[in-house]
Design a protein around this ligand. Sequence first.
Ligand code: UD1
Length: 457
Amino acid sequence: MVCEGKNKSYLKSQNLKIIGRSNLRGKVKISGAKNSALVLLAASLLTNEKITLDNVPLLTDVEKMSNILKNLGVKLQIKNHQLIIDSTNISIKELPYELVNGFRASFFCIGALLARFGQASIPLPGGCNIGKRPINEHINGLKALGAEIIIEKEIVKAKLVENKNRLLGANIRLNCPSVGATETLIMAASLAEGRTVIENAAREPEIQDLCQMLNKMGAKIYDSGKEKIIIDGVQKLHGCSHKVIPDRIEAGTFLIAAAATSSSITVSPVIPNHLEAVLNKLEESGSKITKKGNSISIKSNNIKAVDITTAPFPGFPTDLQAPFMALMSIAKGRSKVTETIFENRMNHVELLNQMGSSITVKNNIAQINGVKELSGMTLVGSDLRSSAALIIAALISKKTSHIYGLEHLDRGYENFELKLSKLGVEIIRETKRKIISEKSYENSKINNKKLSEIKVA
Ligand code: UD1
């Protein structure tokens, strides 16, 4: 589980042992995008015909979404990275709490279930904490499409208004360009009666991927990737085959790792314009970037400090904020990292500082004084992207590091250590017989904070 109960130790016995002062060399194969695969799985609920998804990343988050679908009666066959999804015989029922707990993407099923079956019942995902991560935009949008929604005992219950057998197209303006809400509403509107217009929609590539798949299924969605998306509802959607886009966040993580270690690597396959904001910052900080077809090469040396501010796509992605901060830790000069998407996504700062970084945070703005050297140590990643940041810090460090919290890493990076080891890093996944207790971590590493308070999604 990603986020377990408050009193339960979530520390696992596995850690990555990383020998520092690494140099990366060679090519990395980038997996399919986690955030696309999750929403495409949810979208498969919109049809009773088979969907074949290729390039599906083998990640624990994908496994969790698959389990949610299986629980509804969906038949899934996986072979290598191909997933065949058969939603012919679904019995609509409330999603069990243990499958959705702490797994926010589970909520993205609500639009598809409501549109196809006229009802959906999903416990609030709750749990993880990178800021409040509310669902008001999903709920308000679905209400605008004609759903009746109540939240009872932490369960969101949605149904069509009486005498209606379809949702009704509507004009919806999101207050913030939420990725998940845009996806929920696109799925719901694709089977609604009439036209839906979503304004201030999120423009992330994963949304465009969703729309492409839905259009293959017979949906009529125009202008995905723009702030105003138009959807003409259809009566029925059918099966299709679709290939998940490459994971821009995974690719960005490897490019940042290469920059941090003054290395030269190539990532492929990627869609370079999905990474424009990140590539610009890497170039500004001194790396040489070469784009060629579906690959990006980086050559780095003497990294200098640059400021970043996270923003919705096409801005700098919040999911790469933590890895980029690890890079800025050893850059020459002072930099400023501003997080604008989530109000509590700086938990890696404390951990990076323990490795020797010099970072202060106030109001989601981190001021970073580049240092010459970091020092390897034993630490626990507190969420998916902070784990990646710690691994990047470990690659730079003198001495050996042991990074725990791999249950977070495994949610979003497929074979991370194998890919790093192919690039020449001395890295090994160790399984210790003795599970490190939360208490021993509190005593030795995390100052006065309880780990259960700093874990995030
Ligand atoms: C998705 C991604 C996640 C990424 C994030 C932002 C998936 C599975 N996850 O998460 O990796 O970090 O986009 O790019 O695709 N908000 C509201 N009301 C809502 C919904 C969101 O106020 O109803 C706020 C959130 O609190 C947050 C901001 O909008 O401050 C962005 O959240 P959102 O874009 O919805 O993120 P997710 O879709 O959950």
